[in-house]
Design a protein around this ligand. Structure first.
Ligand SMILES: [Zn+2]
Length: 321
C-alpha cells in the first residue's frame, strides 16, 4: 500500500480517537467527579464519606461491593467538625472520598484541597445537583444553603451522581451500583410521598416549622412548609436577641403550636425562644427533637436517611396538627 494512502486512511481514525478522548475529558469535567484512575489493592473498594447522610447513601448504593466508612458520627455538627489526623489517614487510604460540599464541612476545606493535590478520587454531592435547584443563603447571596438532603428529589439527584462516579472509579462494580441505585430511588419516591401525605394532615396555618438553625429551607420549599430558624444556615453564628424577640412575636401572634430542638445543636436557644413566647402570653410547646445535620443513632432506631426523615416528619406532623 502506498504510504500516502495509508496516512490518509489513518487520519480520520486519529481524528475520531482524539474526539473520543476530548469527549471523555469534557464529560468527566461536567460530571464533577475526579478523573484519577485507581490502583485498588485488593479487597473491597474503600469509600469514606464525611456525614452520616452521605455514609448511608454510599452504603445503600455500594452494598457489598464496597467497604464504607463514615467520619462523623450521629449527633455531630458538620459545620463545626474538624478532621482529626486519623480522619486524614482514612481519607488518604480510601479509594474514593465522598463529601457534601456547599461549605457544609466548613472546617475541612484544607483537607479536601490536600486530597485533590494528592490526586485522590473525590465525589462531591454538590456537583450532582442542578444549580437552579440550590437555594442561596438569605443573608449572603454568594453562598448556597448546604442542607440539600431535606428535599428528597435533590437527594435522588445526589444518589444518581454518586452511583455514576462510583462506576467510573470502579467499573467492575457498575452492575451493582446501577441496580442498587434503581432500588434506592424507588424507596426515596415512597419516602417523598409519605412526607407529602403527612404535611397534608396539617391545617394550612400550622404549616410552620421553627427550629434552632436554618437547616430546613429545602424541606420548606419542597413540601410547602414555612420555615424559620434562629440561626443562619451555619451553626457557626450566634442567634441575636432581636431574632429571638421577632420570632417569639410571630409565634405568639400566629399561635404556632410547637417549635423544635435539633439533634446536632444545643437546645438553649430554642428554650430561650419558648420562654420568650410564654412571656407574650402564649404557651408554645417544644415539639420534640428533629434530626438536622446528622442521622439518628442505632439506639434511636432512626439510623438511616429514610428512617431519619420519617422520624422528622412524624414529629412535626404530630406536634402541629
Ligand atoms: Zn446545618
Amino acid at each position: 500500500m502506498d504510504h500516502k494512502v495509508l496516512l490518509k486512511s489513518k487520519a480520520p481514525a486519529l481524528v475520531f480517537v482524539a474526539l473520543i478522548i476530548l469527549f471523555g475529558v469534557i464529560s468527566s469535567l461536567l460530571s464533577g467527579c475526579s478523573t484519577q484512575t485507581l490502583a485498588n489493592t485488593g479487597g473491597r473498594f474503600k469509600v469514606v464519606a464525611t456525614t452520616t447522610m452521605l455514609f448511608d447513601l454510599v452504603a445503600a448504593i455500594g452494598g457489598n461491593q464496597i467497604e464504607a466508612t463514615g467520619l462523623m458520627g450521629p449527633g455531630i455538627d458538620p459545620h463545626l467538625y474538624q478532621a482529626s489526623a486519623g480522619d486524614v489517614t482514612k481519607m488518604l487510604k480510601a479509594d474514593v472520598v465522598v463529601y457534601n460540599g456547599l461549605r457544609l464541612e466548613g472546617k475541612m476545606g484544607d483537607e479536601f484541597a490536600y486530597l485533590s493535590e494528592q490526586g485522590k478520587f473525590v465525589i462531591c454531592a454538590e456537583d450532582g445537583v442542578d444549580s437552579a435547584k440550590l437555594l442561596a443563603d438569605e443573608n449572603n447571596p454568594d453562598i448556597y444553603d448546604p442542607h440539600i438532603w431535606f428535599d428528597v428529589s435533590i437527594w435522588k439527584d445526589v444518589a444518581g451522581h454518586v452511583a455514576a462516579c462510583l462506576s467510573k472509579a470502579d467499573p467492575a462494580g457498575t452492575g451493582v451500583y446501577s441496580s442498587n441505585l434503581e432500588k434506592y430511588l424507588a424507596e426515596l419516591d415512597e419516602l417523598d410521598q409519605y412526607i407529602r401525605e403527612r404535611v397534608e394532615e396539617l391545617p394550612e396555618q400550622q404549616r410552620v416549622l421553627v427550629t434552632a438553625h436554618d437547616a430546613f429551607r429545602y424541606f420548606g420549599v419542597a413540601y410547602k412548609v414555612k420555615v424559620m430558624g434562629l440561626q443562619g444556615v451555619s451553626t457557626d453564628a450566634e442567634a441575636g436577641t432581636a431574632d429571638v424577640s421577632n420570632l417569639a412575636e410571630y409565634i405568639a401572634r400566629n399561635r404556632i403550636k410547637a417549635i423544635f430542638v435539633e439533634s446536632s445543636v444545643p437546645p438553649k436557644n430554642i428554650e430561650a425562644l419558648r420562654d420568650a413566647v410564654e412571656a407574650r402570653g402564649f404557651a408554645v410547646k417544644i415539639g420534640g427533637q428533629l434530626y438536622s445535620d446528622s442521622l439518628g443513632d442505632e439506639a434511636s432506631g432512626h439510623n438511616t436517611y429514610i428512617l431519619t426523615l420519617k422520624a422528622n416528619i412524624d414529629a412535626i406532623a404530630n406536634a402541629l396538627k
